[in-house]
Every structure is written in structure tokens, then in C-alpha cells.
Design a protein around this ligand. Structure first.
Ligand code: SF4
Length: 335
């Protein structure tokens, strides 16, 4: 029986970018390599659910968001929206209904907002391009509604302003209003508060939670920050070098992490309290390897303080080892 509450499903999703081989490689007959940005991800999101995708820079989390937003094409695997396979759907008109339902919030409001456009034009753009309104009156109504939902009140004070006339927090609210205007069912928010002052972050997170509560919008919240993920998400999925290594409820992942990588992330964030059961785990070794040179065996073994022989030879199946209710890990030790 298909899960009717499920809005999005990723099945064995892969995004590999080919590397051009150099002259010497061609002469020596060495095969061209690939950057394995996303290397086989299975993930689902239900209506009204907030799922945080957590990982360091280079983990592939932004690429996952871009695939869901149809800004990047997967190399393999499937993207299902309400059970419909959207993987190969391309082209402006074929994608119009999908873009209406799935919107993206980007990290850097400075880059996203056209400095020559007013707030009205920016928020109205998706409504115009997706042809979601019948006349000018409806357009003003929908733009004002989106600005109010994003916390820009009264909306009439903001309609004719330009981005440079707004604070950082107000600019990010305009970006959120632009995503909201189309009344989507799923929003992909890529590090939406990382460029903001700490004092503004809580307000923006509250706007996102209110949207979920009011409109039952699902949210994929992409972040490198585990405490932020815990604050906002129902579930947390941890990504390392293109693969999910742990997934579970926000509380389970934060307070009972079972994969050594999640434990290391957790131990690096003392602001959410101590973690006595795992405090003895030594610090991570080295840096994240390049996605062009993913280690054999468990891809985390080059940094894992608990690695043993099997880890170097055999990769644990991706988030298939059950360590608690709805809590899965990809570590041979997580039993
Ligand atoms: Fe560490 Fe081995 Fe577990 Fe990988 S499988 S996380 S290397 S203990």
C-alpha cells in the first residue's frame, strides 16, 4: 500500500560528475574518474514533516536539494513526488506544475534578490512565471499574503522597497515569501539562516515552523549545524561523503547518536548538553576526503577512531541497520 501522506521519495539517488581525464591519463589508458557528489540515497518526506539533512561542506547535501528542486539531474536512481516518477521530467512547461508545488529557499539572499527589482516584483515573479494568478488584483493579494506569512508586516510597507533598503533578516524573509507565494507543498531550504545574525536566526526558524503548522508544508532543511537541525526538525538524516550514515527522530539522533560520525558532530556541539554515553569517543582524524576519491569499504573509515579490519574491506549497507524505533545507522558496530 503506498503511503498517501508521503510527498517525496528518493530511491538510490546518485549524482556523479565526470572528471575530464588529462593527457597522461589518456596516454596511459587510465579511466576518467567521477566526483561522487551523491552516491545512493534513499529518503522520504511526509506532508507537514520537517526533515533536516545534516552534513559538512562537501557532503553532497546541496546537490540533493538541487535535484529535488529540478536544478540538477541525477545520474541514477529515482525522484518520486506523490508517487509520480519525476526523475526524467524536463522542460519549462512539463515542470511548471512541479515547480508550483516544490520551491527552494537559498542561503544567500544577497545573491538571490535582484537589486533592481522591488520586493513586489521579486515575490510576484513565481506567480507570474507559473501563471498562478488571473489579474493584477489577485497578484497584489497573493504577494501581500506571502509577505505577511513571512513576517513582513504590514506588507504594504515593503512592496515598493528595494533589497538594499532591507536588513539581512528582512531580505531572507523576502526570499521565504518568494518561495511561499506559489503555496507549495514542499520547500527545500538550503542553509536558510547560516548568513544571518544569531539574534535573527530564531525568528526565521519560527517563521518556517509556523508555515508548516499553518499550511502543512513539508520542509527539507539543509544545514551543517546539528543543534539547528534539532531545534527545527522532526527527523534528522546525516550525510557523509554522498551517503546517508544515520537517520532517526531529531531527539534520537541528537541525544542517542549511534554512528561514530554523528557522535563526533554531536560532541562538537556542547551547547546542546553533554552526551555521557559516548563522551569517550576520540576526536575525528583528518579531513573529509574528496568525493573524487571515496575510500573503499566504509567511506568514513579513514577518519573513524573505531575503525577495524572489516571497515576497510566492506561498506556497511546504507542506513539499513536498525538501532532503535525508526532509527537506522550505517555502521558495523551500531547493533
Ligand atoms: Fe567506523 Fe567501521 Fe562503523 Fe565505519 S563501519 S563508522 S569505520 S566503526
Amino acid at each position: 500500500m503506498p503511503d498517501i501522506a508521503e510527498i517525496l521519495r528518493l530511491e538510490s539517488l546518485q549524482v556523479h560528475f565526470p572528471i575530464q581525464s588529462g593527457l597522461f591519463d589518456r596516454v596511459l589508458g587510465r579511466p576518467a574518474g567521477a566526483v561522487r557528489a551523491v552516491d545512493g540515497i534513499d529518503l522520504n518526506i511526509r506532508r507537514g514533516e520537517i526533515v533536516a539533512l545534516v552534513g559538512e561542506s562537501g557532503s553532497g547535501k546541496t546537490t540533493v536539494g538541487r535535484v529535488i528542486s529540478k536544478l540538477a539531474q541525477p545520474t541514477a536512481g529515482r525522484l518520486l513526488f506523490e508517487g509520480r516518477d519525476m526523475t526524467s521530467v524536463q522542460g519549462l512547461s512539463a515542470l511548471r506544475p512541479y515547480r508550483h508545488r516544490v520551491q527552494m529557499i537559498f542561503q544567500d539572499a544577497y545573491q538571490v534578490l535582484n537589486p533592481r527589482h522591488t520586493v513586489f516584483d521579486i515575490v510576484a515573479e513565481p506567480l507570474r512565471s507559473l501563471r498562478l494568478v488571473k489579474n493584477g488584483e489577485q497578484l497584489v493579494e497573493r504577494v501581500s499574503e506571502a509577505l505577511a506569512s513571512a513576517g513582513l508586516n504590514p506588507p504594504s510597507d515593503f512592496l515598493s522597497r528595494f533589497p538594499h533598503e532591507l536588513s539581512g533578516g528582512q531580505r531572507q524573509r523576502v526570499v521565504i515569501a518568494g518561495a511561499l507565494a506559489a503555496r507549495p507543498d514542499l520547500i527545500v531550504a538550503d542553509e536558510p539562516v547560516s548568513m544571518l545574525d544569531v539574534s535573527i536566526r530564531a525568528q526565521i526558524l519560527q517563521v518556517l515552523v509556523d508555515l508548516r503548522d499553518k499550511y502543512n508544508v513539508a520542509l527539507l532543511f539543509i544545514t551543517h549545524d546539528l543543534p539547528l537541525a534539532w531545534l527545527i526538525a522532526d527527523r534528522i538524516a546525516v550525510l557523509y561523503l554522498g551517503k546517508l550514515v544515520e537517520i532517526g527522530s531529531a531527539d534520537e539522533i541528537t541525544f542517542n547518536p549511534r554512528h561514530p560520525y554523528t557522535v563526533a558532530l554531536r560532541n562538537a556541539t556542547p551547547q546542546i548538553g553533554s552526551n555521557p554515553g559516548r563522551a569517550e569517543l576520540p576526536e575525528l582524524q583528518g579531513e573529509v576526503p574528496s568525493a573524487a576519491r571515496v575510500p573503499k569499504g566504509c567511506r568514513f573509515h579513514t577518519r573513524c577512531p573505531l575503525a577495524f579490519d572489516r571497515c576497510k574491506a566492506e561498506e556497511p549497507p546504507s542506513i539499513a541497520i536498525e538501532v532503535g524505533p525508526q532509527h537506522l545507522s550505517a555502521c558495523w558496530l551500531a547493533k
